[in-house]
Design a protein around this ligand. Structure first.
Ligand SMILES: O=C(O)CCC(=O)C(=O)O
Ligand SMILES: [Fe+2]
Length: 341
Protein backbone atom coordinates (compact mmCIF):
# COMPACT_ATOMS: atom_id res chain seq x y z
CA UNK A 1 0.00 0.00 0.00
CA UNK A 2 2.83 2.37 0.97
CA UNK A 3 4.55 1.61 -2.31
CA UNK A 4 1.33 2.23 -4.19
CA UNK A 5 0.82 5.55 -2.46
CA UNK A 6 4.32 6.49 -3.36
CA UNK A 7 3.91 5.63 -7.01
CA UNK A 8 0.75 7.61 -7.68
CA UNK A 9 3.11 10.47 -8.30
CA UNK A 10 5.05 8.57 -10.95
CA UNK A 11 3.39 10.33 -13.89
CA UNK A 12 4.37 13.69 -12.38
CA UNK A 13 7.95 12.54 -11.85
CA UNK A 14 8.05 11.48 -15.50
CA UNK A 15 6.64 14.77 -16.74
CA UNK A 16 9.23 16.58 -14.62
CA UNK A 17 11.95 15.13 -16.86
CA UNK A 18 10.89 17.65 -19.48
CA UNK A 19 11.25 20.62 -17.11
CA UNK A 20 14.03 22.28 -15.15
CA UNK A 21 13.38 19.94 -12.19
CA UNK A 22 16.80 19.28 -10.70
CA UNK A 23 16.49 17.65 -7.30
CA UNK A 24 17.81 14.09 -7.20
CA UNK A 25 16.14 13.45 -3.84
CA UNK A 26 12.62 14.75 -4.50
CA UNK A 27 12.13 12.78 -7.69
CA UNK A 28 13.13 9.09 -7.68
CA UNK A 29 13.41 9.02 -11.47
CA UNK A 30 15.94 11.87 -11.54
CA UNK A 31 17.69 10.30 -8.56
CA UNK A 32 17.70 6.74 -9.90
CA UNK A 33 21.19 5.31 -9.75
CA UNK A 34 20.33 2.80 -12.44
CA UNK A 35 18.97 5.40 -14.86
CA UNK A 36 21.83 7.79 -14.19
CA UNK A 37 24.32 5.00 -14.76
CA UNK A 38 22.65 4.66 -18.17
CA UNK A 39 23.11 8.38 -18.73
CA UNK A 40 19.81 10.05 -17.78
CA UNK A 41 21.37 13.02 -15.98
CA UNK A 42 24.02 13.58 -18.62
CA UNK A 43 21.47 13.29 -21.43
CA UNK A 44 19.35 16.06 -19.87
CA UNK A 45 22.47 18.17 -19.41
CA UNK A 46 23.56 17.74 -23.04
CA UNK A 47 20.14 18.49 -24.47
CA UNK A 48 19.65 21.56 -22.25
CA UNK A 49 23.04 22.97 -23.26
CA UNK A 50 22.53 22.20 -26.94
CA UNK A 51 19.19 24.02 -26.92
CA UNK A 52 20.60 26.95 -24.94
CA UNK A 53 23.41 27.50 -27.46
CA UNK A 54 20.93 27.21 -30.34
CA UNK A 55 18.77 29.91 -28.73
CA UNK A 56 21.85 32.04 -28.07
CA UNK A 57 22.78 31.92 -31.75
CA UNK A 58 19.43 33.51 -32.48
CA UNK A 59 19.83 36.12 -29.73
CA UNK A 60 23.38 37.08 -30.70
CA UNK A 61 22.60 39.88 -33.13
CA UNK A 62 22.10 42.76 -30.69
CA UNK A 63 25.09 41.88 -28.49
CA UNK A 64 28.42 43.72 -28.97
CA UNK A 65 30.86 41.21 -30.46
CA UNK A 66 33.43 41.76 -27.69
CA UNK A 67 30.92 40.85 -24.99
CA UNK A 68 29.80 37.79 -26.91
CA UNK A 69 33.38 36.60 -27.33
CA UNK A 70 34.00 37.11 -23.60
CA UNK A 71 30.92 35.17 -22.66
CA UNK A 72 31.40 32.29 -25.08
CA UNK A 73 34.95 31.73 -23.83
CA UNK A 74 34.57 32.52 -20.11
CA UNK A 75 30.94 32.01 -19.10
CA UNK A 76 30.74 35.53 -17.76
CA UNK A 77 30.95 39.12 -18.94
CA UNK A 78 32.49 41.81 -16.75
CA UNK A 79 31.89 45.42 -17.76
CA UNK A 80 33.44 48.19 -15.69
CA UNK A 81 31.75 51.61 -15.77
CA UNK A 82 28.67 49.98 -17.19
CA UNK A 83 26.56 53.16 -16.98
CA UNK A 84 27.67 56.68 -17.74
CA UNK A 85 28.35 58.47 -14.42
CA UNK A 86 25.36 60.78 -14.83
CA UNK A 87 23.04 57.76 -15.00
CA UNK A 88 24.80 55.71 -12.34
CA UNK A 89 25.06 58.40 -9.63
CA UNK A 90 21.32 58.99 -9.15
CA UNK A 91 20.60 55.23 -9.17
CA UNK A 92 23.31 54.63 -6.61
CA UNK A 93 22.26 57.40 -4.26
CA UNK A 94 18.55 56.58 -4.49
CA UNK A 95 18.99 52.86 -3.93
CA UNK A 96 21.62 53.00 -1.21
CA UNK A 97 20.14 55.63 1.03
CA UNK A 98 16.35 55.49 0.82
CA UNK A 99 14.33 53.04 2.87
CA UNK A 100 12.51 50.21 1.12
CA UNK A 101 10.23 47.39 2.17
CA UNK A 102 12.70 44.51 2.45
CA UNK A 103 12.84 40.78 2.93
CA UNK A 104 15.71 38.82 4.38
CA UNK A 105 17.03 35.29 4.35
CA UNK A 106 19.81 33.92 6.51
CA UNK A 107 22.18 31.23 5.25
CA UNK A 108 24.86 30.28 7.76
CA UNK A 109 26.29 33.50 9.18
CA UNK A 110 25.28 35.56 6.14
CA UNK A 111 22.16 37.63 5.62
CA UNK A 112 20.77 38.38 2.19
CA UNK A 113 18.23 41.20 1.99
CA UNK A 114 16.14 41.91 -1.07
CA UNK A 115 13.89 44.67 -2.30
CA UNK A 116 11.71 43.57 -5.22
CA UNK A 117 11.99 46.22 -7.94
CA UNK A 118 8.49 47.17 -9.12
CA UNK A 119 6.75 50.00 -10.96
CA UNK A 120 6.77 52.42 -8.00
CA UNK A 121 10.54 52.23 -7.65
CA UNK A 122 11.02 52.69 -11.39
CA UNK A 123 8.91 55.84 -11.25
CA UNK A 124 11.11 57.15 -8.45
CA UNK A 125 14.34 56.26 -10.24
CA UNK A 126 13.73 56.77 -13.97
CA UNK A 127 17.42 56.13 -14.78
CA UNK A 128 16.86 52.57 -13.62
CA UNK A 129 13.91 52.17 -15.94
CA UNK A 130 16.02 53.46 -18.83
CA UNK A 131 18.75 50.96 -18.06
CA UNK A 132 16.30 48.04 -17.95
CA UNK A 133 14.90 49.21 -21.30
CA UNK A 134 18.23 49.81 -22.97
CA UNK A 135 19.30 47.56 -25.78
CA UNK A 136 22.77 46.84 -24.38
CA UNK A 137 21.32 45.63 -21.05
CA UNK A 138 18.51 43.59 -22.58
CA UNK A 139 20.50 42.02 -25.38
CA UNK A 140 23.39 40.94 -23.14
CA UNK A 141 21.15 39.43 -20.47
CA UNK A 142 18.97 37.71 -23.07
CA UNK A 143 22.06 36.19 -24.70
CA UNK A 144 23.52 34.84 -21.48
CA UNK A 145 20.16 33.61 -20.16
CA UNK A 146 19.39 32.26 -23.65
CA UNK A 147 15.87 33.68 -23.50
CA UNK A 148 14.10 36.92 -24.22
CA UNK A 149 12.02 36.40 -21.08
CA UNK A 150 12.39 39.39 -18.78
CA UNK A 151 14.61 38.73 -15.72
CA UNK A 152 13.39 39.40 -12.19
CA UNK A 153 15.03 42.45 -10.62
CA UNK A 154 15.93 43.11 -6.99
CA UNK A 155 18.10 45.43 -4.95
CA UNK A 156 20.18 42.88 -3.06
CA UNK A 157 22.29 43.38 0.06
CA UNK A 158 24.76 40.75 1.31
CA UNK A 159 25.69 41.20 4.97
CA UNK A 160 28.49 38.91 6.16
CA UNK A 161 29.84 38.27 9.62
CA UNK A 162 27.02 39.71 11.71
CA UNK A 163 24.50 36.93 12.07
CA UNK A 164 25.14 33.84 14.20
CA UNK A 165 25.47 30.65 12.27
CA UNK A 166 27.81 28.22 10.58
CA UNK A 167 29.59 28.89 7.31
CA UNK A 168 27.55 30.37 4.47
CA UNK A 169 26.79 27.52 2.00
CA UNK A 170 27.29 29.97 -0.88
CA UNK A 171 31.03 29.97 -0.08
CA UNK A 172 31.30 26.52 -1.68
CA UNK A 173 31.87 26.40 -5.43
CA UNK A 174 28.73 25.14 -7.13
CA UNK A 175 26.59 25.16 -10.26
CA UNK A 176 23.07 26.44 -9.52
CA UNK A 177 21.43 24.07 -11.98
CA UNK A 178 22.27 21.54 -14.69
CA UNK A 179 21.03 23.92 -17.38
CA UNK A 180 22.27 27.35 -18.47
CA UNK A 181 20.62 30.29 -16.75
CA UNK A 182 21.42 33.87 -15.88
CA UNK A 183 22.35 35.90 -12.84
CA UNK A 184 23.70 39.44 -13.10
CA UNK A 185 25.08 41.88 -10.56
CA UNK A 186 25.43 45.62 -11.13
CA UNK A 187 27.42 46.54 -8.04
CA UNK A 188 26.30 49.68 -6.22
CA UNK A 189 29.15 49.53 -3.71
CA UNK A 190 32.85 48.88 -4.29
CA UNK A 191 33.70 45.26 -3.53
CA UNK A 192 37.21 44.58 -2.26
CA UNK A 193 38.85 41.17 -2.35
CA UNK A 194 38.31 40.52 1.38
CA UNK A 195 34.68 41.58 1.22
CA UNK A 196 32.96 38.45 0.00
CA UNK A 197 33.32 39.07 -3.74
CA UNK A 198 31.51 36.94 -6.31
CA UNK A 199 33.83 34.32 -7.83
CA UNK A 200 33.54 32.33 -11.09
CA UNK A 201 35.54 29.52 -12.67
CA UNK A 202 36.34 30.70 -16.17
CA UNK A 203 35.19 28.24 -18.86
CA UNK A 204 33.11 26.11 -16.47
CA UNK A 205 29.94 26.87 -18.46
CA UNK A 206 31.14 24.53 -21.23
CA UNK A 207 30.32 20.83 -21.37
CA UNK A 208 33.75 19.36 -21.94
CA UNK A 209 34.29 15.57 -21.95
CA UNK A 210 35.88 15.91 -18.48
CA UNK A 211 32.87 17.80 -17.16
CA UNK A 212 30.48 15.23 -18.59
CA UNK A 213 32.43 12.40 -16.97
CA UNK A 214 32.39 14.28 -13.65
CA UNK A 215 28.61 14.88 -13.91
CA UNK A 216 28.04 11.23 -14.77
CA UNK A 217 30.01 10.05 -11.72
CA UNK A 218 28.34 12.59 -9.41
CA UNK A 219 24.85 11.65 -10.59
CA UNK A 220 25.49 7.96 -10.00
CA UNK A 221 26.86 8.57 -6.49
CA UNK A 222 24.59 11.40 -5.52
CA UNK A 223 23.28 9.57 -2.46
CA UNK A 224 26.72 10.07 -0.88
CA UNK A 225 26.69 13.82 -1.59
CA UNK A 226 25.92 16.82 0.56
CA UNK A 227 22.31 18.00 0.74
CA UNK A 228 22.58 20.91 -1.70
CA UNK A 229 24.22 18.76 -4.37
CA UNK A 230 21.45 16.23 -3.87
CA UNK A 231 18.96 18.97 -4.47
CA UNK A 232 20.54 19.72 -7.82
CA UNK A 233 23.15 22.43 -7.11
CA UNK A 234 26.29 20.35 -7.50
CA UNK A 235 29.13 21.34 -5.19
CA UNK A 236 32.72 20.93 -6.41
CA UNK A 237 35.88 20.97 -4.28
CA UNK A 238 38.54 23.48 -5.44
CA UNK A 239 41.10 20.68 -5.82
CA UNK A 240 38.86 18.92 -8.37
CA UNK A 241 39.02 21.83 -10.81
CA UNK A 242 42.44 21.03 -12.21
CA UNK A 243 41.32 17.50 -13.10
CA UNK A 244 38.53 19.06 -15.16
CA UNK A 245 41.04 21.27 -16.97
CA UNK A 246 39.69 24.34 -15.18
CA UNK A 247 41.56 27.26 -13.58
CA UNK A 248 41.07 28.51 -10.01
CA UNK A 249 38.06 30.82 -9.61
CA UNK A 250 38.32 34.43 -10.74
CA UNK A 251 37.40 36.87 -7.94
CA UNK A 252 35.35 39.91 -8.87
CA UNK A 253 36.88 42.53 -6.60
CA UNK A 254 35.45 45.41 -8.59
CA UNK A 255 34.44 49.06 -8.19
CA UNK A 256 30.82 50.17 -8.05
CA UNK A 257 29.17 50.50 -11.47
CA UNK A 258 30.66 47.18 -12.65
CA UNK A 259 28.27 44.71 -14.25
CA UNK A 260 29.04 41.00 -13.92
CA UNK A 261 26.66 38.66 -15.73
CA UNK A 262 27.18 34.89 -15.52
CA UNK A 263 25.82 31.57 -16.69
CA UNK A 264 25.05 29.89 -13.36
CA UNK A 265 25.49 26.38 -14.76
CA UNK A 266 29.20 27.23 -14.47
CA UNK A 267 30.96 26.92 -11.11
CA UNK A 268 30.76 29.98 -8.89
CA UNK A 269 30.66 30.97 -5.24
CA UNK A 270 30.85 33.86 -2.86
CA UNK A 271 34.44 34.55 -1.79
CA UNK A 272 34.95 34.51 1.96
CA UNK A 273 35.23 37.76 3.90
CA UNK A 274 37.76 38.49 6.60
CA UNK A 275 35.56 40.97 8.42
CA UNK A 276 31.89 41.95 8.61
CA UNK A 277 30.94 43.45 5.27
CA UNK A 278 28.00 44.90 3.36
CA UNK A 279 27.74 44.52 -0.41
CA UNK A 280 24.85 46.06 -2.39
CA UNK A 281 23.89 45.37 -6.00
CA UNK A 282 21.10 45.45 -8.52
CA UNK A 283 20.53 41.78 -9.01
CA UNK A 284 18.90 40.16 -12.03
CA UNK A 285 17.79 36.57 -12.21
CA UNK A 286 16.39 34.55 -15.08
CA UNK A 287 15.86 30.84 -15.19
CA UNK A 288 13.50 29.62 -17.88
CA UNK A 289 12.41 26.11 -18.60
CA UNK A 290 15.38 24.51 -20.42
CA UNK A 291 13.85 22.21 -23.00
CA UNK A 292 12.28 24.62 -25.46
CA UNK A 293 13.65 25.71 -28.83
CA UNK A 294 12.08 29.17 -28.85
CA UNK A 295 13.53 32.36 -27.37
CA UNK A 296 10.33 34.28 -26.63
CA UNK A 297 6.71 33.28 -25.96
CA UNK A 298 6.83 34.19 -22.29
CA UNK A 299 3.48 35.76 -21.41
CA UNK A 300 4.74 37.10 -18.11
CA UNK A 301 7.45 39.06 -19.90
CA UNK A 302 4.94 41.41 -21.44
CA UNK A 303 4.91 44.83 -19.77
CA UNK A 304 3.24 45.94 -17.57
CA UNK A 305 3.16 42.43 -16.06
CA UNK A 306 6.88 41.77 -16.19
CA UNK A 307 8.03 44.42 -13.74
CA UNK A 308 5.39 43.42 -11.20
CA UNK A 309 6.41 39.76 -11.07
CA UNK A 310 9.10 40.09 -8.40
CA UNK A 311 6.59 41.61 -5.95
CA UNK A 312 3.81 39.19 -6.93
CA UNK A 313 6.09 36.25 -6.43
CA UNK A 314 6.74 37.25 -2.80
CA UNK A 315 2.98 37.54 -2.19
CA UNK A 316 2.19 34.22 -3.83
CA UNK A 317 4.81 32.36 -1.78
CA UNK A 318 3.51 34.08 1.41
CA UNK A 319 0.05 32.71 0.64
CA UNK A 320 1.28 29.19 -0.16
CA UNK A 321 3.26 29.28 3.08
CA UNK A 322 0.12 30.13 5.05
CA UNK A 323 -1.63 27.19 3.38
CA UNK A 324 1.27 24.94 4.34
CA UNK A 325 2.05 24.15 0.69
CA UNK A 326 5.43 25.83 0.43
CA UNK A 327 8.07 27.34 2.67
CA UNK A 328 8.64 31.11 2.54
CA UNK A 329 12.32 31.56 3.31
CA UNK A 330 12.21 35.34 2.89
CA UNK A 331 11.08 36.93 6.16
CA UNK A 332 9.75 40.48 6.21
CA UNK A 333 12.57 42.74 7.40
CA UNK A 334 10.65 46.02 7.51
CA UNK A 335 11.72 49.24 5.84
CA UNK A 336 15.49 49.23 5.50
CA UNK A 337 18.23 51.18 3.79
CA UNK A 338 20.02 48.73 1.46
CA UNK A 339 23.47 49.85 2.63
CA UNK A 340 22.82 49.31 6.35
CA UNK A 341 24.09 46.08 7.93
O1 LIG B 1 26.16 36.65 -4.67
C1 LIG B 1 27.10 35.86 -4.53
O2 LIG B 1 28.12 36.18 -3.90
C2 LIG B 1 27.02 34.48 -5.15
C3 LIG B 1 25.89 33.71 -4.60
C4 LIG B 1 25.40 32.60 -5.49
O3 LIG B 1 25.98 31.57 -5.59
C5 LIG B 1 24.18 32.80 -6.28
O4 LIG B 1 23.54 33.86 -6.19
O5 LIG B 1 23.82 31.88 -7.03
FE1 LIG C 1 24.86 30.15 -6.99
Amino acid sequence: MRALLKWWRAPLWTLALATGAKSFVDNPILGSERLNRRGLHVARLKLAHRLAWARRRRLARGVPAEWRRQFDRQGFVEVRDFLPPEAFAPIQSALLTREFDSREHQQGDTLTRRVAIGPALLREVPQLRSMFRSRRWRSLLAYIGSTRAEPLYYVQTIVTGRADGGPDPQLELHADTFHPSLKAWLFLTDVSDDQGPLTYVEGSHLLTPQRLAWEQARSVNVRHSDRLSQRGSMRIAPDELRGLGLPPPRRFAVPANTLVAIDTSGFHARGSSERPTVRVEIWAYSRRTPFVPWTGLDLLSVQPLAIRRAQWLTGIVDRLDRLGLMKQHWRPAGRRRPNEP
